[in-house]
Design a protein around this ligand. Structure first.
Ligand SMILES: CC(C)(COP(=O)(O)OP(=O)(O)OC[C@H]1O[C@@H](n2cnc3c(N)ncnc32)[C@H](O)[C@@H]1OP(=O)(O)O)[C@@H](O)C(=O)NCCC(=O)NCCS
Length: 161
């Protein structure tokens, strides 16, 4: 059974392995993903801007993680920065469990909106399907944002009025 919990500092090596193993990110994207994990799991305790939850069976290395946080210049709008599931453990519900757990935490903190950007590249189709199955709607497209032909799509979910 998939269990989602807060990431701990001791999860850092496993999260780095997950980032390394992810097939869709380029080296710069992987470096940014690592930076956010390091910031979120730094020595000063919980980071105000970055939260990380992991999906893991008891005692097993994490199957995936989600990094998200409140958008600093808003009241109650949150962003998902990364959600990654180990390529060998996909389609088993870990991604859905991670986003649902993030939604629960955001609701508990009176969050109103959740946004996530993704790319129109074929490699990100699973990410789009994941957000759509959880009731996110595509609300904006920036043409050629990542590079010519690779558009940015923003998915949106309303948590309260
Ligand atoms: C996107 C990602 C996190 C999904 O994780 P996952 O654990 O495989 O997703 P789940 O098993 O929870 O799938 C939930 C639902 O999403 C949809 N979905 C997920 N992967 C899909 C795929 N490859 N094709 C079609 N639908 C898919 C389905 O509706 C699925 O429900 P179902 O299995 O009951 O049909 C994973 O594919 C991944 O790590 N991709 C690479 C990193 C990435 O693109 N991250 C997002 C941008 S930061």
């Amino acid at each position: 059974m998939i269990r989602v919990r807060k990431a701990q500092r001791s999860d850092r090596p496993a999260l780095r392995r997950l980032i390394r193993a992810t097939d869709v990110f380029n080296p710069r994207e992987k470096a940014v993903a690592r930076e956010l994990v390091d910031a979120a799991l730094g020595e000063r305790g919980e980071h105000p801007d970055y939260k990380v939850l992991v999906a893991a069976d008891r005692g097993a290395p994490p199957a995936g993680y989600i990094c998200f946080g409140p958008s600093p210049m808003t009241v109650g709008t949150w962003d998902v920065y990364w959600v990654i599931v180990d390529p060998g453990r996909r389609r088993a519900g870990a991604g859905r469990a991670l986003v649902r757990a993030a939604l629960d935490l955001i609701r508990a903190r009176k969050g109103r909106r959740l946004l996530v950007d993704t790319s129109t590249q074929a490699a990100y189709r699973p990410a789009q399907a994941l957000y759509e199955c959880l009731g996110f709607c595509p609300v904006a497209t920036i043409p050629d944002y990542y590079r010519t032909g690779w558009h940015r799509v923003t998915y949106f979910k309303r948590l309260s009025s």
